[in-house]
Design a protein around this ligand. Structure first.
Ligand code: HAM
Length: 421
């Protein structure tokens, strides 16, 4: 470690060249959402603490242990957003979007904050791309949301993940199931804190990671066996539409998400190359959330959040390279002061024509400058020395093949545009 300051624990920096992978992943995921009609939404980084407490659920780890909450100078209690769904719902209600065309389909990306114990793939500032579709309760929309995430991953070249799917029921069957589960749990030999959790929020106990608790709850009754007729039909239709969309999935009736608002369709994308932090994305339906945070209507919603950091790690685990965006296409190597003057102007012209260019600044020698060209990830190097300049030509070197040719300086824009097309 050098320097007096370091970033806060668990907060990553994103810098070149790896930041190019990060951008490529984030853009591929948001592009998939835009192709399905999700419009960009930009939300506050902090909101009223009560929004998350009520929206996400008091008994979740996210709310009870992980929120970055502080009083601002006006004495209001605010929280750095731990997730995006509650904020989207708040914006929809506040701006009356729920009275316009439905569903409201939006996509967001950016940082979220959770005070978790940092480890590989688990950060205190994490990056997500998410979508939400609010106002229409149609299983085809559930399938669309899931397919958007799946398409984003596939376009990036990711393949070693699976989609786990279940239904958490609705308000016509959840309360009854809750009682059945509670009765089962309170009949077990659980410690007092876990018994309290079973009383408050029995589903959370099924998410307990301790082996002894897992063993005891192995035979617990499952929501999927207690669905109402309508919830069962909805779930069957989601499966049918996923088949139509060519999205493969596995049923996991023990799937429990870390947030309380889920109803009906619930899912998680899991990657086995990541160790303990295997969830690369997840989401589901949240039909009671609007009411929960004070909406006058009670519109349904469905969405996902994908972890951008974990998706980058998953691609690396599969040895898939996504580098591209953020790297320059052309690297200029001027040899001498006159050549530099010329190449500075050439770089400007190329950029005006949409070609990305960097130069070897600092008057380096040929060897050092060519090394820098290789490291830049550029496809082509433009090498200009005194001889070429006298002849009004420039050497173009393909950095992958090593092939070299001489072109006229006047034709540099047309020539490079054609090569890079
Ligand atoms: P979530 O499952 O809590 O869902 O987070 C979504 C994704 O964010 C996770 O699958 C994971 O990839 C990533 N993630 C979460 N915590 C961390 C962390 N500490 N470090 C790195 N990555 C992390 C939600 O947030 C819901 N709002 C998703 C949703 C949208 N449901 C409906 N609509």
């Amino acid at each position: 470690m050098s320097g007096e300051f370091t970033a806060p624990k668990g907060v990553p920096d994103y810098f070149p060249p790896a930041s190019a992978d990060f951008l490529t992943v984030r853009n591929a995921l948001t592009d998939a959402a835009h192709r399905a009609g999700y419009g960009h939404i930009e939300l506050p980084i902090f909101e009223d603490t009560a929004l998350f407490a009520r929206g996400v659920g008091e008994s979740t780890d996210v709310v009870s242990k992980e929120m970055y909450t502080f009083a601002d100078r006006g004495g209001r209690t605010v929280t750095l957003r731990p997730e995006g769904t509650a904020g989207v719902m708040r914006a929809v209600i506040q701006h009356g979007l729920d009275r316009g065309q439905l569903p409201v389909k939006v996509c967001y990306s950016g940082p979220f904050f959770r005070y978790e114990r940092p480890q590989a793939g688990r950060y205190r500032q994490l990056q997500q791309v998410g979508v939400e579709a609010i106002g229409v309760d149609d299983p085809a929309l559930d399938a669309e949301v899931i397919a958007v995430a799946d398409e984003g991953y596939r376009r990036l070249g990711l393949s070693g993940y699976r989609l786990e799917l279940t239904s958490l029921g609705d308000d016509t069957c959840r309360p009854q199931y809750r009682e059945v589960l509670q009765e089962f749990l309170l009949g077990l030999d659980l410690d007092e804190a876990t018994r309290e959790r079973a009383r408050l929020n029995p589903l959370r106990v099924l998410d307990d990671k301790r082996p002894e608790v897992k063993e005891m709850t192995a035979g617990a009754p499952l929501m999927i066996d207690h669905l109402s007729e309508s919830a069962r039909e909805h779930f069957a239709a989601v499966g049918k539409h996923l088949d139509q969309l060519g999205v493969k999935y596995e049923l996991n009736p023990r799937l429990v998400r870390g947030l309380d608002y889920y109803t009906k369709t619930t899912f998680e994308f899991v990657h086995d190359g990541l160790g303990a932090q295997s969830g690369i994305g997840g989401g589901g339906r949240y039909d009671g959330l609007m009411k929960q945070i004070g909406g006058k209507q009670d519109l349904s919603g469905i969405g996902f959040g994908i972890g951008v950091d974990r998706t980058v790690l998953a691609l690396a685990a599969e040895d898939v390279s996504v580098a591209g965006q953020g790297r320059v296409q052309v690297y200029g190597v001027p040899l001498g002061a006159d050549a530099k003057d010329e190449l500075v102007a050439v770089a400007g012209r190329l950029r005006e024509h949409g070609i990305s260019v960097d130069l070897a600044y600092g008057d380096r020698g040929l060897k050092g400058a060519m090394k820098a060209a290789d490291r830049s990830g550029a496809r082509l190097a433009l090498v200009l020395g005194a001889n070429e300049l006298a002849e009004r030509t420039v050497e173009v070197k393909d950095l992958a093949t090593g092939e070299q040719s001489s072109i006229a300086l006047d034709e540099v824009v047309a020539d490079l545009s054609a090569r890079l097309a």
